[in-house]
Design a binder for this molecule. Sequence first.
Ligand code: NAI
Length: 339
Amino acid sequence: MFSARQIVAQASRRSFSASARQASKVTVLGAAGGIGQPLSLLLKLNPRVSQLALYDIRLAPGVAADIGHINTKSEVRGYEATPSALAEALKGSDIVLIPAGVPRKPGMTRDDLFNTNASIVRDLAKAAADHAPEANILIISNPVNSTVPITAEIFKSKGVYNPKRLFGVTTLDVVRASRFISQLRNTDPANENITVVGGHSGATIVPLLSQSGFNLSGDQLAEYVRRVQFGGDEVVQAKDGAGSATLSMAMAGARFAESLLKAAQGQKNVIEPTFVDSPLYKDAGCEYFASNVELGPNGVEKIHPVGKITEYEQKLLDVCLADLSKNIQKGVDWVKANP
Ligand code: NAI
């Protein structure tokens, strides 16, 4: 028989370990940017986050001081741009979101950002590999098709690569796909769940409308696909040189982080499309590919195949694979030349 005191002690140990599991440190690298600020705000509003670490090469302590006044429970800390502060920001982190880097201006493709963002992501990936090797790493910085392979190569070179923990954030493509179809069909976008596969830029973004029971055809289908593939350009043009999608991207990044936290905290059937190390099209030269992925406590739980698609969608996929394999190789080659 247990004494009353033992029972109380056991119960409080249980509740301690339960809350320990629920405790989640989330780090944002690039937290003072156009995406970083609203993303950090949304994370502060998420009760699943217990610690929020904000790092940037400028202004992170200011953003943290501001967000830290919001009356939710999580602790917020901003970090100066020093290697030791970066290490502190990363230590013990469960999720590291990386929106650091430059955004597009009108007329630029995501690949035009490569030269600047490749080295930013490489350096932050090195720090993450050293100080948070077991965290889920969420890459937002473009070109995602190349920055994810760059991050993987850095983790491999440090012997800590876990393919189940590295994610290219393609959630915005899915958010747009459901919003745009709802505008065409006058439905509630919250109920639209359009599968989008491939990568995250132009022709590598492949919406699979047929799988959601829609049968657009002709010009309407072509225009829909074009809008999903190049939706980011609408924002770049409308902002007229002041950047690319930040607010919708923040929402998409926060949604993806929330899904990972739900899965880590034991929720089942959490499925998000994301760009991961994937067996699906390795034969076509694509080590990484975005498809629906079931998330679990260890990150990637199950990668769903693309499934049944129409002839039209197959053509889109063929174009995607040709482009995507080049984008991936570009990242791998670059990091070999610039370790
Ligand atoms: P921004 O220029 O407003 O913010 C970038 C932030 O990164 C700045 O605060 C800057 O100081 C910081 N930064 C630069 N180098 C850094 C370093 N070494 N360490 C830490 N922080 C650093 O740009 P924005 O609009 O926030 O976009 C960020 C990135 O996200 C861009 O590459 C953009 O193309 C990408 N993006 C990705 C999307 C996606 O769907 N995955 C959608 C939209 C944008």
